[in-house]
Design a protein around this ligand. Structure first.
Ligand code: FPP
Length: 248
């Protein structure tokens, strides 16, 4: 069978792909099912995407799994998402290790219930030596939460005399973010037809290519990922320069 994978130029693979996994609720509703049913099926799409990225050689995959704002959903839905998180962490640990994938998490993790927090820390520690790809789960995360935290940390350093305010530059701010040890995303994918950033990686996506697809997250397949990468490779990333300057 022909696959879009064959159209991908391996030398120009995005190093870092970030994803806003949207549309689980609508996917479930379409079939007359509860929203939670969509989240359950979303786990399979996470598995497919992680596998496809690792197979291709993408180094970083960052997934928006639970935003700061998601705490405001019904306690039934929040509990179900937390339950899915623990079962996925438990069930997928072996697959992560078999595929040499390092798990990472960013966000206000202390807000997670104890059992989820502990399961997460266990999985992170258990995969820490894997180096094929880093998969980061953004949990209780939002871009503004992260920026507020970075600004407070920087202010503390200025206050205690360890940082000269003159030394504050873009690189220093990047180092104070939860993504300090990762390159910025080259490609940001959002599913479900919504074309918004929704408080995701606000600082880091300054020059990311944005890709939107109508597909709901549970339907997002490996081919859909390849399509997004092919689309990305057909674009010209200029980083503020002109087309002529880039071609030189
Ligand atoms: C957005 O769909 C999706 C979420 C808020 C949660 C994403 C969670 C998963 C994919 C499953 C669990 C993941 C892990 C890593 C264990 P939505 O509910 O906003 O859908 P809607 O916009 O159609 O209502």
């Amino acid at each position: 069978m022909e696959s879009l994978k064959d159209k991908i130029i391996m030398e120009r693979l995005p190093q870092h792909i970030a994803v806003i996994m949207d549309g689980n609720g609508r996917w479930a509703k379409q079939q007359g099912k509860m929203r939670v049913f969509g989240h359950q099926h979303g786990v399979q799409a996470v598995r497919n995407t992680a596998e496809a990225c690792a197979e291709l050689g993408v180094k970083y995959l960052t997934l928006y799994a639970f935003s700061t704002e998601n705490w405001k959903r019904s306690s039934f839905e929040v509990d179900a998402l937390m339950g899915l998180l623990t079962s996925a962490l438990k069930n997928e640990l072996k697959t992560l290790n078999d595929n040499n994938i390092r798990l990472n998490a960013i966000g206000d993790l202390k807000r997670l219930p104890t059992s989820q927090y502990e399961a997460l820390m266990y999985a992170i520690d258990n995969t820490k030596n894997n180096d094929r790809m880093t998969m980061t789960l953004c949990l209780s995360y939002s871009g503004r939460w992260e920026l507020v935290k970075a600004m407070k940390d920087i202010a503390d350093e200025v206050k205690n005399g360890s940082l000269d305010p003159e030394k504050i530059d873009e690189a220093l701010i990047s180092r104070h973010l939860a993504t300090a040890d990762m390159p910025d995303p080259d490609l940001l994918i959002r599913t479900s037809g919504e074309e918004r950033i929704s408080n995701y990686l606000l600082w880091q996506i300054a020059y990311s290519e944005l890709y939107f697809t109508e597909k709901f997250w549970p339907d997002f397949s490996k081919e859909d990922l390849y399509q997004a990468i092919v689309d990305y490779q057909n674009r010209e990333r200029r980083f503020g320069k002109t087309s002529e300057q880039i071609k030189k």
